[in-house]
Design a protein around this ligand. Structure first.
Ligand code: NAP
Length: 262
């Protein structure tokens, strides 16, 4: 199947590692030109070089802290300058990990959406106008299974992911007249640094050994193993492609069957 991604210009936030890096790799393998961004410049540059070597694609990088509106704007401006236009935005950057609700102070609670949602919103604010101008766009927001399922420790994670799903659906309606398609991908237990942090956080919160938590969480998955970042990346590339031209406002699970509802 030809995905029709050759020459498309894409941004992947959080592209220096984990799911974002895999999304960038999948898009590059299909011939898209990709701008990756993250805060840590050393890791970002190492990933840029590695992705270029592994895929032979045109990959660029710019450091951005998406807690800052000015950085989000600079990311989109730099992409437009480098590639001439913008076709695809993959929102993946986040720092959200489980926490105990009662111990969330007023200050941490007030900042809860800074861990994920607000960075997505900042990128959307600046990415939509250039897509609108060309009447073509694909936006893929990475959410997570905690969006749909309650959990005793997943309130910060779940609230961010649920807000991302709602935003995705609303933007799908709002941007359909501009031929900009907006979808979410819903991963769960993907083998990344953040997943390691999640396992450690749950171990700390419960006072149980991390190895035990890991074994238990993986055993709960119908497929019985962690997901690989590239298994998310390939679904994202498909959703970004010409082959999904009648798909918008959808949430695609890449969760090993974990979600109880459909
Ligand atoms: N892994 C899973 O099992 C899983 C499950 C459900 C949902 N998800 C979602 O999938 C997405 C990616 O998760 P992941 O597991 O790949 O995480 P990860 O391994 O921790 O990678 C996160 C990426 O985001 C960047 N980032 C974080 N905060 C940023 C900020 N303020 N500004 C700019 N960049 C920032 C990080 O780079 P720097 O630190 O250098 O900035 C890194 O590149 C997230 O939205 C996450 O919620 C993951």
């Amino acid at each position: 199947m030809n995905l029709g991604l050759a020459g498309k210009a894409a941004i992947v936030t959080g592209g220096s590692r984990g799911v974002g890096r895999a999304c960038a790799a999948s898009l590059l393998r299909e011939g898209a030109r990709v701008m990756i961004s993250a805060r840590d410049t050393t890791r970002l540059e190492a990933t840029r070089a590695a992705l270029g070597e592994q895929t032979g694609g045109e990959v660029r990088a710019i450091a951005a802290d998406l807690a800052r509106d000015v950085d989000a704007k600079a990311l989109i401006d730099a992409t437009l300058k480098a590639f001439g236009h913008l076709d695809i935005l993959v929102n993946s950057a986040a720092t959200v990990i489980p926490a105990d609700f009662v111990s969330l102070t007023e200050e941490r609670w007030a900042g809860i959406f800074e861990q994920k949602l607000n960075g997505y919103v900042r990128c959307l604010r600046y990415a939509i106008p250039p897509m609108r101008a060309r009447r073509w766009g694909r936006i893929i927001n990475i959410s997570g299974v905690a969006a749909r399922e309650g959990g005793s420790r997943t309130i910060p994670v779940g609230l961010n992911n649920a807000a991302v799903l709602n935003l995705t659906k609303s933007l799908a309606w709002a941007l359909a007249p501009d031929n900009i398609l907006v979808n979410a991908v819903v991963p769960h237990i993907i083998d990344t640094d953040r997943q390691d942090e999640t396992m450690r956080a749950i171990a700390d919160l419960t006072g149980r050994p991390e190895a035990e938590i890991r074994k238990e969480r993986v055993a709960e998955l119908p497929l019985g193993r962690m997901g690989r970042p590239e298994e998310v990346g390939d679904v994202v590339a498909f959703l970004a492609s010409e082959r999904t031209s009648f798909v918008t406002g959808a949430a695609w699970h890449v969760d090993g069957g974990a979600a109880h509802g459909i």
